[in-house]
Design a binder for this molecule. Sequence first.
Ligand SMILES: [Zn+2]
Length: 339
Amino acid sequence: MAGFTIPFFSAARYLSRNVSLFMPSASAAFCLLPPLALNATTASRNSSSLRAMITSFVGERKSVDLAAKGCRGFRLRIVVLRFSRGRITAMPVANLPLHIAAKYSLDHRRFIARNPKLAEPTAYCPCCGSSFKEWRPVFGRGRKAECHVCHSFERHRHIWLTIDADRDFFSKGSKLLHFAPEPFFKNVFGQNPNLDYFDCDLAKERATYQVDITAIPFGDEKFDRVICSHVLEHVPDDRKGMSEMFRVLKPGGIAYVMVPSEVRAATYEDPAINTPELRLKHYGQATHVRIYSRDDFVARLQECGFVVEVQFPRRKYGEEMCKDFLLGDNIYICSKPDY
Ligand SMILES: [Zn+2]
């Protein structure tokens, strides 16, 4: 059982060949079908007919709207989640600027040409649309989890699917504050003309803005979205960082926060653990300053005013998608109430 990614013309062929499968009478066959990751280029000549086909097949209005929104020069991507009662439920994976999509597509072809043994598709990257037989070992020796083409890890793929399903994320003029930006996201967000993108890091060479999360140099209620992944476990005054994120978000805005966290009674932190050696010994990494308890992390975010939803990849996307896309880490979806 596996998902697969297919290019535009194959997608059109796939859909037209399988139209009969979408009839209710064929519903028994649906459970045998793999989830379909569909890449369609809206700038293509046949885009309107393909889009019409897709929109007639998807069951959720959210998807239909996004499909209609797919503007020229952007790649419209839809991940089909379910086939049931004769309809596809699709999740839009939208707005990859066309030139970036084209680059990843070329990089993928080159990679497979160099590594023909990895051509069989059993691992699928929703970020760049690549597929291969297995993931790359992290840092060349660790667990096999890295995309060969865009270099995403489990947590990046999870957050990418999530923000792509957030229909307001890529709205025109949307202001995005991003801490410790990963190269893939920096590339994609930075070149998206819809986004007003502020990439921040403590280290000047890693981002446009040199920013300390505990003293964010921007005004109140400026941003629509914040992404803060694997940052707070390095920050001594993490509560200040959380309240700063709350302050700069607009009411109704969302912060997507990720940290390594465990199911444990209390967060493990001790100011006496204050050298890289001690931190490595106690927290498992020389730059971490604590190990979060999941419940306590949620409580800290709530203390700052956030409404928190913890999204578990397996619960959200199911075993099969988690296996195909290799998704990992919980996302703490933190909303600033709109009242
Ligand atoms: Zn990738």
